[in-house]
Design a protein around this ligand. Structure first.
Ligand code: THU
Length: 165
């Protein structure tokens, strides 16, 4: 039998930052601050990510580039590596991402690359909860309720048939 399946997802888009929840806005401000500290001499595209933990703590990360290009790391993975290695028991509930060029914060909201989507998926699997993903641009903010929407049909621990605690 042949079946055509359809996957769709909903997300919320805000035109004005004044419409945002104050907690989300606080996380966006942290992501912007993180972006301003990025090390991106090659692309000049600075990305910042801020992870909100269940305790309320906010952990930040930025992209860190390298002359050997593949050795660089994206902001999302930088922030999640920071939160997982320093606060393994404190579960992330939200992740905000912001980007800037030499002209300032970008109008469009940045979207996590494929590698980062895979790492966010692993973190959701590790903590057993969805992570609210907040993509912040000057002209719009997009809020997605979990990585499944951005990475459908994902490869994860279920494929390996490994049951971790
Ligand atoms: N970058 C991120 O930090 N996050 C993404 O999700 C997309 C791309 C970085 C990697 C590189 O340092 C620069 O942006 C240009 O690709």
């Amino acid at each position: 039998m042949i079946r055509t399946n359809n996957i769709s997802f909903s997300y919320t888009e805000y035109e004005k930052t004044e419409e945002l929840d104050s907690h989300d806005m606080e996380l966006i401000i942290a992501a912007r601050e993180a972006a301003s500290k990025a090390y991106a001499p090659y692309s000049k595209f600075k990305v910042g990510a801020a992870v909100r933990l269940e305790s309320g703590l906010i952990v930040m990360g930025a992209n860190v580039e390298n002359a050997a290009f593949p050795s660089g790391i994206c902001a999302e993975r930088s922030a999640l590596s920071n939160s997982i290695s320093n606060h393994p028991e404190d579960k992330p509930s939200a992740l905000a991402i912001a980007s800037m060029t030499e002209d300032g914060y970008t109008d469009d909201s940045p979207s996590p690359c494929g590698n980062c989507r895979q790492v966010i998926a692993e973190e959701e699997a590790r903590i057993g909860n969805k992570i609210r993903i907040i993509l912040s641009g000057k002209n719009k903010t997009q809020i997605i309720d979990g990585i499944n929407s951005l990475l459908p049909l994902q490869f994860n621990r279920k494929n390996l048939k490994i049951n971790l605690p």
